[in-house]
Design a protein around this ligand. Structure first.
Ligand code: FMN
Length: 236
């Protein structure tokens, strides 16, 4: 089983999202010794800028036009990143919330790999997925606790999980589970510890579902600060 691990925090050993995804992957590996992990850390990867040449290459690729040398060079790099998505049977992605959304390096990766006829199709009317990733897990860490009925309801403040869940399904993740870990950076460090521990436990319960080839699995809800949802069933 080939697993693409995407790390989006620059905080290395101190990162909550990386710690959680790493412990989940370790648990998966101890259950299934044949897992091969490809780790893509968006901060270490030296992602090319999505600049004049990259956009030129994108448009020329769709129209099958000849690229300049600079466009071809960046296109080769883009294709090598796309290949890592195409090779994956499973995806595990961890990301912090930054300003209610995603860290810009993760968005840069998305802008680079989201190429028509590679990750998705578009016929002018409809989008279709081109990946066949059976299952994916996304761990979303946030400093605050977003709850409906409070001054920071997720329905108004969450542009993190809403966007990434949507995008992963658009490109072909068939069964997606999101583990939301609120309160990871609370004024009271004990609150954060409790929330992160709950996130770890929630992830451990998902190992069996994640490794299983079938789509069936247990759904758990783990309280308000750490919650898991099948993204399609998400309450707004
Ligand atoms: C630049 C930056 C922006 C942040 N913006 C938010 C935010 O909008 N909402 C929030 O709840 N937490 C925010 N946080 C807190 C992080 O989401 C939180 O600490 C998270 O657990 C960090 O994950 P990491 O340890 O994997 O980097 C922000 C942190 C940073 C560094």
């Amino acid at each position: 089983m080939k697993l693409l691990e995407i790390q989006s925090s620059p905080r290395g050993e101190s990162s909550d999202s990386i710690t959680l995804t790493k412990s989940f992957i370790e648990a998966c590996k101890s259950d299934n010794g044949s897992i091969v992990v490809d780790t893509l850390n968006v901060w270490h990867e030296r992602l090319p800028e999505f600049d004049y040449e990259a956009i030129g290459a994108k448009y020329k690729a769709v129209k099958h036009e000849t690229m300049t040398e600079a466009e071809s060079n960046v296109w080769e790099r883009i294709l090598s990143l796309i290949k890592r998505f195409q090779n994956a049977d499973r995806i595990v992605l961890g990301t912090p919330m930054w300003n209610f959304s995603l860290p810009y390096k993760l968005k840069q990766l998305i802008d680079l790999v989201a190429q028509r006829n590679y990750l998705f199709t578009y016929d002018g009317k409809q989008y279709g997925p081109l990946l066949h990733v059976k299952k994916a897990i996304v761990v979303y860490t946030r400093g605050s606790c977003y709850l409906e009925g409070t001054p920071i309801p997720p329905s108004r403040f969450d542009y993190q999980a809403t966007y990434l869940d949507f995008w992963l399904q658009l490109i072909g993740v068939r069964d997606l589970r999101s583990v939301i870990v609120d309160n990871a950076w609370n004024r009271d460090p004990r609150e954060s510890e409790v929330s992160l521990a709950k996130g770890k436990t929630t992830l451990e319960r998902l190992v069996e579902w994640f490794l299983n080839e079938s789509r069936r699995g247990k759904d758990e809800s783990n309280g308000s600060r750490t919650s898991i949802h099948k993204s399609k069933e998400r309450q707004k």
